[in-house]
Design a protein around this ligand. Structure first.
Ligand SMILES: [Zn+2]
Length: 387
């Protein structure tokens, strides 16, 4: 779950705020959704909490005005995100084989074969950077989506490590600050490059979602323009009718004026006709405008509507953590009936096996379709070389 976009739900708010404030030394007493937060005596941040009571809710509109709410999009949440962005906090942790249990590999799934033991031998440490990004997708008129998404890459070669980000975030949720710190201190340029790589990873992952929001915005804009076109066509029809009626009235008035010899009455009708002619000119102008706008495809309206629905995607790193993790060999002991065998794979803590284990006889990958079996004391694939 953590390696894909987390919409900023109540749970994501809760997790991020807890981790971030605790990393600043805050104490949080939680009584279900009611939290009492205090900052240490000399806080490293401008955020101030002094036995401050906040309510964790899904929607800021749920609580009264005098209660401080912590919710996606709430002022307090935005302030905490801004603070994290400004502080560019860099943490470090070390993940060792003791921190993480490795689940049974998926290439052992049959009833007759089981992994009886797995032994990890770490050979060396690697370093990765995990960055949590706050992502805001917005248009001029509304906030579309708010997300928190992690990206993780190896510090040296920038290889993507989504599984490591997943493991690290799960661990921090379970054990909080109990994880031990790391010793790696990357240079500024190393950090900048790794953050850029993480950002690219997140943006690529986010792309389908952004496309979807963009398409929705485009559909809304198109519908709005079409609605306006229909309005203009209707208006054009009305104006033509009015013009027709007015022209007829002017004609009638001209005839009536000609047949009147009485001076005052004649002047009155002439004045009336002059006013109607002026109204007719106004009508014609408006009609011309409407016709031009329709003929040219309503350029002004189009620009205004498109601007209003244009998307801005803001991707801001809120926290970065250097993760030191062990790499080495994982040796699996496998048993089937009375036969047993071992299999060794490249393994990294928090990531899992780095190479797919293969059949000892023919080298075909072992997986859910080619389950591990044992023949002549070696591990082989059921499909490729099974009995
Ligand atoms: Zn084979």
């Amino acid at each position: 779950m953590t390696d894909s976009a987390l919409p900023v739900t109540e749970q994501a708010v809760s997790r991020f705020v807890t981790n971030y404030l605790e990393s600043l030394g805050a104490t949080i007493h939680k009584d279900e959704q009611r939290w009492t937060i205090s900052m240490p005596a000399n806080p490293v941040t401008e955020l101030s909490f002094d036995d401050t009571v906040v309510n964790l809710v899904a929607d800021p509109a749920e609580v009264d005005d005098d209660t401080l709410s912590l919710a996606p999009g709430s002022d307090l949440f935005e302030r905490i995100v801004d603070d994290a962005v400004n502080r560019e906090a860099l943490g470090s942790v070390t993940l060792t084989g003791d921190n993480i249990e490795f689940d049974s590999p998926n290439w052992v799934a049959s009833d007759s074969v089981e992994v009886t033991n797995q032994q990890f031998t770490p050979y060396y440490d690697r370093h990765a950077l995990c960055v949590l990004f706050h992502i805001g997708v917005e248009t001029v008129s509304e906030y579309q989506r708010e997300m928190i998404m992690p990206g993780a890459v190896d510090l040296t070669d920038h290889e993507q490590r989504p599984q490591l980000a997943h493991s690290y975030l799960e661990l921090t949720e379970q054990s909080g600050s109990a994880l031990s710190g790391g010793s790696c201190e990357p240079s500024d340029s190393e950090l900048t490059e790794a953050i850029t790589a993480c950002r690219e990873m997140v943006i690529t992952k986010l792309d389908p979602e952004i496309q979807e929001i963009r398409e929705k915005a485009t559909r809304t804009a198109t519908a709005e323009i079409e609605e306006y076109r229909q309005y203009l066509q209707q208006r054009q029809k009305e104006l033509k009718n009015e013009k027709q009626k007015l022209a007829e009235r002017i004609d009638e008035l001209s005839k009536a004026t000609e047949s009147t010899s009485e001076r005052t009455e004649r002047l009155k009708r002439l004045r009336k006709r002059k006013q109607l002619r002026s109204d007719l000119t106004d009508l014609r102008d408006e009609l011309d405008d409407v016709r031009d706008s329709l003929d040219q495809g309503m350029p002004k309206k189009r620009t205004a509507v498109r601007d209003r629905h244009a998307l801005t995607v803001r991707v801001r790193p809120v926290t970065s953590t250097v993760i030191t993790y062990e790499r080495g060999d994982m040796e699996f002991s496998i048993q089937a009936d009375s036969r047993s065998a071992t299999l060794t794979c490249d393994y990294a803590v928090g990531i899992g096996t780095l190479s797919q284990p293969t059949c000892k006889q023919c080298g075909t990958a072992l997986n859910m379709k080619n389950l591990a079996v044992i023949s002549s004391s070696v591990v082989t694939g059921q499909q490729c070389c099974g009995e």
